[in-house]
Design a protein around this ligand. Structure first.
Ligand code: UD1
Length: 385
């Protein structure tokens, strides 16, 4: 059997690492005729958003690198399809595996299905029902085209059933990103937090008297177009973060898109000079996990961070009005609170949650064994597909 898997952007790498490792383990264990081809579309190309994750997570070098790079959505999806097609026809895999909701998943599942290749989607069935998110379009298209849909939780399965997906195509396997977290947590725990900050300082100096003390800082990430692409919204968020940092130092690893916008709207200096916000360059996986597991609180518009916070027990304020990951919400037993970007709500939640004790939560099957369940279904029970 030949399996081809696709990655394109930062959030894909922690999802593919356990899958690739498990394929290798099972091949050796059962002496299988099983080969694996890894395609990197190149949507993320900066070493800090790509290469570093391959090294840290032990992902083998891609067999094919499509070097698609940045551009509009039409450019990225179109270029990925054009460059993926000859690779697909040369490799002729038995399965094409796509993960998550980035443009690579949508473009490659579409290309594969047009040529009648079987597609499996890892992290299927997530729905924000917010069609202004490019990721929501990618999720719906990818799921519609996939032959096998590996889901993280019951919510995802219910979404797929409501869309008419046949029962035998839905397989609940748990959250593969948590396999990576569990595998790396001991290593992350050994990191020196002060050294992480020192080594990633974006520029400028630290706030007066800044001490890197576990549990005495907040973390922030922002990159969604809905938060960073409008000067009014970003400026309002900057004012709010500056205000909150008066009560708790805030570390802010800045995504390249957000850094561009902060500079473009003249907000970068305000963030650095008016509050106690520490701007950092993008972090690798281990450094980010090290900071996440000892943060007092996390403010974010990311998807995966909502899930990671649950497992390590860090209260998470999600600066969005919806989430495709309801299993992480406090009302479903998680540590995540949807607060949108309304200053009143964010402020109130921030002050109450930063006093809340750390309470790790593990949804069913987010146990570090998800890759094993996926490979079992895909390879060892292949006669069912
Ligand atoms: C992409 C994903 C998003 C994911 C995010 C994580 C889609 C639709 N979006 O968004 O779901 O949460 O990755 O980071 O697939 N840039 C660099 N270096 C790079 C890559 C990008 O500087 O290596 C800059 C470029 O200015 C680029 C901008 O970042 O235009 C945005 O990159 P892009 O890949 O278009 O989307 P993300 O916002 O990163």
């Amino acid at each position: 059997m030949k399996i081809l898997s696709v990655v394109g952007a930062r959030p894909n790498f922690m999802k593919i690492a356990p899958f690739v490792a498990e394929l290798d383990r099972i091949r050796r264990l059962h002496d299988l005729d099983l080969s694996h081809v890894l395609v990197h579309t190149g949507q993320h190309y900066d070493p800090s958003l790509s290469d570093r994750f391959f090294e840290e997570l032990g992902i083998p070098a891609p067999t094919h690198h499509l070097e698609v790079g940045s551009g509009t959505h039409a450019y990225q999806v179109g270029m990925t399809m054009i460059k993926f097609e000859p690779v697909l026809l040369e490799e002729r895999p038995d399965w094409v595996i796509v993960v998550g909701d980035v443009n690579a998943a949508c473009a490659c599942s579409l290309t594969a299905k047009k040529h009648q290749f079987r597609v499996a989607h890892i992290e299927a069935g997530l729905r924000s029902n917010d069609w202004s998110m490019p990721e929501e379009i990618n999720r719906v298209v990818t799921d519609r085209l996939s032959d096998l849909l590996f889901t993280t939780c019951d919510f995802s399965g219910a979404n797929l059933r409501a869309e008419g997906v046949a029962e035998n195509r839905i397989v609940k396997v748990g959250n593969i990103m948590i396999d990576t977290l569990k595998r790396q947590e001991a290593m992350a725990a050994g990191r020196d937090l002060a050294a992480i900050v020192r080594e990633h300082l974006l520029d400028g100096s630290l706030p007066d008297g800044f001490q890197m003390t576990p549990e005495q800082y907040g973390l922030l990430t922002l990159h969604r177009p809905s938060n960073v692409d409008s000067p009014e919204t970003l400026s309002m968020l900057v004012d709010l973060i500056v205000e909150l940092s008066g009560d708790l130092d805030i570390l802010f690893p800045v995504h390249p898109r957000t850094l561009d916008r902060l500079k473009q709207y003249g907000l970068k200096d305000a963030l650095q000079t008016r509050g106690r916000v520490v701007l950092l360059n993008p972090l690798g996986y281990l450094d980010m996990l090290a900071l996440t597991r000892r943060a007092r609180i996390f403010l974010t518009d990311s998807g995966g961070i909502q899930e990671e916070c649950c497992i390590v027990g860090t209260p998470c304020l999600t600066l969005r009005s919806n989430t495709e990951r309801p299993a992480t919400l406090a009302e479903h037993g998680g540590t995540n609170y949807l607060v949108g970007n309304d200053p009143e709500r964010v402020r109130a939640a921030f002050h109450s949650l930063r006093e809340t004790p750390r309470q790790p939560r593990q949804p069913p099957l987010w146990d570090g064994q998800t890759a094993a369940r996926i490979v079992d279904r895909l390879v060892l029970q292949s006669d069912q597909s």
